[in-house]
Design a protein around this ligand. Structure first.
Ligand SMILES: Nc1ncnc2c1ncn2[C@@H]1O[C@H](COP(=O)(O)OP(=O)(O)OP(=O)(O)O)[C@@H](O)[C@H]1O
Ligand SMILES: [Mg+2]
Length: 304
């Protein structure tokens, strides 16, 4: 549905996007991650036809955005980074205008579509307020409303939850997940828990290049302590350490002031093995836990 094909963007001597290619199909929610200045927004602007690539192209539903931008634009909604909203219009005037631009002209259709997004994006209280008087989070909601008003097959959203309060963040995540089956979605974010909550695929980009393109599960497996187990053992630990150090499933053990972190080889699950060994050898285990291994450290290791 959405295809980036060898996209390159140079700004003078700076190569902001360097040969970026990927495909997103219906049912995919692709999380686009990367440090500030990595090239996420620039890639999205090229995919949506708002910025001319130095080379390469993008296709939306097989339509080349460079050759046929108007037809391509009918197929997607785009929430740009700090999107341009017409400041002097009220929210209702703006949504009415977007409908007209999208070719939704019949009064009944317009009213229905506007009503739908006003509800979804919780804009009831600011319907008649000029956009330049809205708070940052409400502007973001108006941006989201215009992106989905025509119920497009593809959605491209640059930091959709940026500036939203925690309740709205959750709402928007739910809303995006509810559309996941029906659409092809790309979203950029700096919030890694959002990736775990919404995305079935992750691309990490740095210095304009794709470093990783895989599922969040596989990305999590790259954590150095994936599936590690922390044991607190009463009494003498020498024998325990000796056993674990020599075990074929154990990569290393880390002594942590009174506790032992057992790191498995290849991120394998060693829970059963440890339970069995503790039982057989009568270790006095007083506490056992699996430390949280989120994507933060994986991201940091890949991009620092
Ligand atoms: N109009 C421009 N002129 C010159 N350089 C630009 C321009 N727009 C972007 N850049 C540069 O391109 C690079 C990529 O920027 P981009 O906005 O795509 O990053 P990003 O991944 O979206 O970052 P962020 O997480 O901060 O939003 C940066 O080095 C940026 O300074
Ligand atoms: Mg950006």
């Amino acid at each position: 549905m959405i295809e980036a094909d060898k996209l390159v963007k140079d700004y003078g001597p700076i190569r902001a996007v360097d040969n970026v290619s990927f495909k997103v199909e219906k049912g995919d929610v692709l999380g686009f991650l990367g440090p500030n200045g990595a090239g996420k927004s620039t890639s999205m602007k090229m995919i949506t036809g708002f910025l001319r690539p130095t080379s390469g192209t993008a296709r939306i539903g097989e339509i080349d955005v460079r050759e046929n931008p108007i037809e391509a634009k009918k197929l997607f909604g785009y929430l740009p980074e700090s999107g341009p909203l017409y400041e002097e219009m009220t929210v209702m005037e703006f949504l009415d205008f977007i409908c007209s631009m999208r070719g939704i002209c019949k009064k009944k259709d317009k009213t229905e579509k506007i009503q739908r997004v006003v509800e979804i994006c919780h804009l009831e209280g600011v319907r008649n307020q000029p956009i330049d008087t809205l708070s940052k989070g409400f502007r973001q909601r108006v941006g989201m409303a215009q992106a989905v008003i025509h119920d497009p097959a593809c959605l491209i959203m640059d930091e959709p939850t940026d500036g939203l309060d925690p309740n709205q963040k959750l709402e928007v995540r739910k809303f995006i997940s509810s559309m996941a089956e029906e659409k092809a979605i790309i979203l950029s974010t700096h919030i890694l828990e959002e990736v775990e909550a919404m995305c079935n695929r992750v691309i990490i980009i740095a210095n304009g290049k794709i470093l990783v393109d895989e599922t969040p599960e596989n990305l999590r497996k790259r954590h150095p302590h994936f599936n590690a187990v922390r044991l607190k053992i009463r009494g003498e630990k020498g024998e325990v350490k000796e056993f674990l150090n020599g075990h074929s499933l154990v990569k290393e053990i880390v002594d942590e002031s009174g506790q032992i972190l057992v790191v498995p080889k290849n991120g394998e699950n060693i829970d059963e093995t440890l339970f069995q060994a503790a039982k057989d050898k009568n270790w006095q285990v007083t506490q056992i836990e699996k430390p949280h291994t989120g994507l933060e450290e994986v991201f940091a290791n890949l991009t620092k």
